[in-house]
Design a protein around this ligand. Structure first.
Ligand code: FES
Length: 126
């Protein structure tokens, strides 16, 4: 059996939503101390809807595929839905990740949570 699903390979080779949102409403950056990989998420939020999301990932193929899939899953969604996104949902949407690569999808969940926290913080500080 192939180590990675077709979907993982597709999102690794053609990642969606790569880049930076200069005037983002929320930004979250996380890293994994063990592997040294870093992920950064940018959110544009209008009303309660995530209208745009972009990411930069300095990391492994699974981290790139996970961030790409995670952005697809939350784009166009209300903030409350994005808050519920788990790494398990990201991995399932990718057709599964090998056990030792599950932490890569955790990075995507954490980066989104952190960007949402940043958004909430900015909102309450206005
Ligand atoms: Fe570190 Fe994948 S090996 S995020």
């Amino acid at each position: 059996m192939a180590l990675y699903s077709e979907k993982v390979m597709d999102h690794f080779r053609n990642p969606r939503n790569v880049g930076v949102i200069e005037d983002a409403d929320g930004v979250g950056e996380v890293g994994n101390a063990k592997c040294g990989d870093i992920m950064k998420m940018y959110l544009k939020i209008d009303g309660d809807i995530i209208t745009d999301v972009k990411f930069e990932t300095f990391g492994c193929g699974s981290a790139i595929a996970s961030s790409s899939m995670a952005t697809e899953l939350i784009k166009g969604q209300p903030v409350s839905e994005a808050m519920k996104l788990t790494n398990k949902a990201v991995s399932e949407a990718l057709g599964g990740l090998p056990d030792y690569k599950m932490h890569c999808s955790v990075l995507a969940e954490e980066a989104i949570q952190k960007a949402l926290d940043d958004y909430e913080r900015r909102k309450t500080n206005v």
